[in-house]
Design a protein around this ligand. Structure first.
Ligand SMILES: CC(=O)SCCNC(=O)CCNC(=O)[C@H](O)C(C)(C)COP(=O)(O)OP(=O)(O)OC[C@H]1O[C@@H](n2cnc3c(N)ncnc32)[C@H](O)[C@@H]1OP(=O)(O)O
Length: 333
């Protein structure tokens, strides 16, 4: 991805890390330094274009990454540049990954709610011309080391099929722990929840390209004390919610409100085991108390009920396990 300005000079390192301040990194000695405001404008242009390209690649109706969204969130973006090819002497951008900590309510394999704050993969894109060349892995690996996380400790905001395959291939992440929100977590996510958070993105909120510390420690923390059940919101905020499509609640809440006349189209399918819910048209949500009451009453999942009917002997925890990976790409939108 090329730009009408010198990307190579703007980002001296192969991977540049930017936070909400979008501060231009220090330039190489001897390079002419344009006004700081111009450099920041260039950074904003790059982020906006990367966000648009990523949205297009994922068939999203709008970018989930932009300079303005970066400035209003505590996210960190890692940008990979092409340091070999220098088209027109200005360098090129290969791709980016955006991460951030989020408070989430996630279910463990005993179906208990856990309030945690893991590092989340929010957006990830490698330019089409160089996908499957190992650039995604290079960027992901760098991010893991800088943030001091291990892959199974991450929560992924509605991963695409490509990303799921990527995670499976490079990090052997396969078995998911079923959730009722948009985030996908993998087996092993809860293994290190007791460990304290490492100094990471939350401690170093400035542009940086510092040396990589190869020792990973757990970033996520379980947030004590446990809240009263009435305070727990079963749906955790996804960065993709502004896209104006609703996350479908689990059965029985996914039933459409009563209508005088039947709907013109059949309702969207309910979520399937191991998947984040599929999206359907916006519909009024039930009040939170009613939602929670229904959640307590409802079975973990329609598929689980089918399994129960077919195999009354196995344990519920076993039934909720899945070895297959979530969602077809079409179901994300
Ligand atoms: C939370 C989110 O951000 S979800 C959105 C994720 N982003 C996208 O889907 C955008 C389009 N895709 C991409 O930008 C890239 O393919 C990425 C970021 C997913 C991976 O980056 P790459 O540089 O292609 O990955 P890298 O070369 O390191 O690894 C390749 C592996 O990724 C997976 N992969 C990459 N592209 C594809 C594809 N088109 N089809 C299937 N698997 C793919 C495969 O496992 C592949 O291994 P293989 O070639 O042996 O099958």
């Amino acid at each position: 991805m090329e730009f009408p300005f010198d990307v190579d000079a703007l980002f001296p390192e192969r991977i540049t890390v930017l936070d909400q301040h979008l501060r231009p990194p220090a330039r190489r000695p001897g390079t002419t330094t344009p006004a700081r405001v111009d450099l920041q404008q260039q950074i904003m242009t790059i982020i906006d274009e990367l966000g648009k390209a990523s949205a297009k690649a994922q068939n999203l109706s709008a970018p989930i990454t932009s300079a303005s969204r970066m400035q209003s969130n505590r996210h960190v973006v890692y940008i990979l540049k092409d340091s070999s090819a220098r088209p027109a002497g200005k360098g090129a951008i290969i791709g980016f990954i955006k991460v951030g900590y989020k408070k989430l309510f996630v279910l463990d394999d005993r179906e208990a709610h856990n309030e945690v704050e893991p590092l989340c993969i929010l957006d990830f894109y490698i330019h089409e011309s160089v996908q499957r060349h190992g650039h995604g892995r290079e960027l992901f690996q760098y991010m893991l080391q800088k943030e001091r996380v291990e892959p199974h400790q991450l929560a992924i905001d509605r991963p695409s099929q490509k990303l799921l395959k990527f995670l499976n291939k490079h990090y052997s992440l396969e078995t998911t722990v079923p959730q009722v929100n948009n985030f996908v977590i993998f087996e092993g996510f809860f293994a290190h929840q007791h460990r304290p958070p490492a100094p990471s993105l939350r401690a170093t909120r400035h542009s940086r390209a510092a040396a990589v510390d190869p020792t990973p420690t757990a970033p996520a923390r379980k947030l004590p004390p446990k809240r009263a059940e009435g305070d727990i919101k079963p749906y955790s905020s996804s960065d993709r919610e502004f896209l104006k499509v609703a996350v479908e609640p689990p059965w029985p809440l996914n039933r459409a409100p009563r209508r005088a006349t039947p709907p013109a189209h059949p309702p969207p399918r309910s979520s399937s085991l191991g998947n984040s819910p599929e999206r359907g048209p916006l519909r009024p949500f039930v009040p939170e108390q009613e939602l929670l009451r229904s959640l307590r009453l409802c079975p973990p999942h329609p598929t689980a009920r089918l399994l129960l009917a077919a195999d009354p002997g196995g344990s519920p925890a076993q039934r909720r396990r899945t070895s297959s990976l979530p969602r077809s790409e079409e179901s994300r939108y």
